[in-house]
Design a protein around this ligand. Structure first.
Ligand SMILES: *Cc1c(COP(=O)(O)O)cnc(C)c1O
Length: 351
C-alpha cells in the first residue's frame, strides 16, 4: 500500500483550506484595499520585458533586500528575502526545531507558527492571553524558560486581535527568555513601533516583515527576515537557493523604490480604520477590540447571525473555529465604499 510510505505525523493533518467563496466585498484576509498606482504599474510592465526569464533569479534577492533595508533603516546584509513571510517562518522552524522539540506561541495568535512546527514534528505550546487578550509578561517568561522551548513566536501587532505589546515589554521578553524570540511585524506600518533596530543588540532576536499588508502586494509573495549575522548564517543553510522568483523581485523593487506611495497608502488605510472603528462603536451589542493593524476584531453573542447576514450580501469576513475566538469576527479595513456597505448591512442585522 502506497500509504505505508506516508509520514506518520501527517496522518492527522489537513491541507490549509482557503475557502473559495463568491464575494462582492472581501474583508477576510487583511490585504490592502488599495491597488498600485497606474504609474507604478507602467514601470513594472516596461521593466518586465527586460528580465532574463530564461535565467534563474538572483539567489540572494540583493536589490530588493537593499531597497527594503533603506525602507526599514537596516543593513541589507542582515536581511533574507522569502517567498512570503510564511516561507521564512518555515525556514526558521527548519533551522531550529527538531522532532519533539518545543516552541511557544501566544493564544490567540497567528496559526501558521503552530502548523509549521507540527509539520516538522515539533510541539507547539500555548500561552493563554487573559479574558481581555492582555499578556502577563512575567508569567510568559517564566513559562518559556521552564518549558525550555526553542522559539517564542509573537505577532506584534497581534493577528487576529489587533492589540500590541509595548516596545519596553517586548525588550523585556527578548532579554529574559532563554530562546529565540521571533517578533512578526506583519502589521507594523499601521502601528509605527518596531524592534527591528535591536537585531544587532540581542543574539536571540529575529524580526519578520511582509509586503502583503501595508505594501499592498500580497499577490507577489514577498517577505523579509531580519536578524544578526550569526542567526542569519544558520538560517541561510535552510533557505532554498532561488526562493524568490525574478518577477516577484522586480515588482518588489519597483514598489520599494516608491516609498512615498507606500506612506500615502498607509495614511489612507489608517484613516479608514478610524472611520470604521467610530461607526462600529455606534452599533449596539457589538464589542470592538482596540486595534493597531488594518483589521478590527469584533465580538457578539450572535456572531453567527452577523457572519451569515454579511455572507448573504456577499461580504466576506474572517471567522474562527478556535474556542477562544468562537464569538469573534475579524474584519479587514476596506475602502470607504466597502466599509459603508459593511456598516449598512450590519445595521440591518437584528442582534
Ligand atoms: C499575513 C501575515 C503573515 C503572512 O505574510 P505573507 O508574507 O503573506 O506570507 C505573517 N504573519 C502574520 C502575523 C500575518 O498576519
Amino acid at each position: 500500500m502506497i500509504e505505508e510510505l506516508f509520514k506518520e505525523n501527517l496522518k492527522v493533518f489537513k491541507a490549509y483550506e482557503v475557502p473559495k467563496l463568491e464575494y462582492k466585498v472581501k474583508l477576510d484576509a487583511n490585504e490592502s484595499f488599495l491597488a498600485l498606482d497606474e504609474e507604478i504599474l507602467e514601470t513594472i510592465a516596461s521593466r518586465l520585458k527586460k528580465i532574463t526569464i530564461n535565467r534563474y533569479p538572483d539567489a540572494e534577492s540583493q536589490t530588493v533586500c537593499q531597497l527594503y533595508g533603506q525602507y526599514s533603516g537596516i543593513s541589507p546584509k542582515n536581511i533574507i528575502a522569502g517567498n512570503g513571510s510564511d516561507e521564512l517562518i518555515q525556514m526558521i522552524v527548519g533551522t531550529f526545531v527538531d522532532k519533539n522539540e518545543k516552541i511557544m506561541t501566544l493564544n490567540p495568535d497567528f496559526s501558521m507558527y503552530k502548523s509549521y512546527v507540527e509539520l516538522a514534528g515539533g510541539k507547539a505550546l500555548h500561552f493563554e492571553l487573559d479574558e481581555e487578550f492582555n499578556l502577563d509578561v512575567e508569567s510568559l517568561v517564566e513559562k518559556v524558560n521552564e518549558e525550555k522551548v526553542k522559539i517564542l513566536f509573537i505577532s506584534n501587532p497581534n493577528n487576529p486581535i489587533g492589540r500590541v505589546i509595548e516596545r519596553r515589554e517586548i525588550i523585556k521578553i527578548i532579554k529574559s527568555c532563554n530562546c529565540i524570540v521571533v517578533i512578526d511585524e506583519a502589521y507594523f506600518e499601521f502601528y509605527g513601533e518596531s524592534v527591528v533596530d535591536e537585531v544587532q543588540d540581542y543574539e536571540n532576536l529575529i524580526v519578520l516583515r511582509t509586503c502583503s499588508k501595508a505594501i499592498a502586494v500580497a499577490g507577489i509573495r514577498l517577505g523579509f527576515l531580519i536578524t544578526n549575522d550569526l542567526l542569519l548564517n544558520e538560517i541561510k543553510k535552510v533557505k532554498p537557493p532561488f526562493n524568490v522568483n525574478s518577477v516577484t523581485q522586480l515588482i518588489g523593487e519597483v514598489v520599494l523604490e516608491n516609498t512615498a506611495n507606500i506612506k500615502e497608502a498607509i495614511e489612507k488605510i489608517v484613516k479608514e480604520r478610524s472611520f470604521l472603528l467610530e461607526q462600529l462603536a455606534s452599533i449596539e451589542k457589538i464589542k470592538i477590540y482596540p486595534t493597531f493593524a488594518n483589521f478590527i476584531l469584533i465580538q457578539s453573542e450572535n456572531i453567527d447571525r452577523i457572519y451569515n447576514g454579511l455572507f448573504e450580501k456577499g461580504i466576506i469576513v474572517r471567522k474562527f473555529k478556535d474556542e477562544r475566538l468562537k464569538r469573534c469576527l475579524r474584519i479587514t479595513v476596506g475602502s470607504r465604499k466597502e466599509n459603508q456597505i459593511l456598516l449598512d448591512c450590519l445595521k440591518g442585522i437584528e442582534l
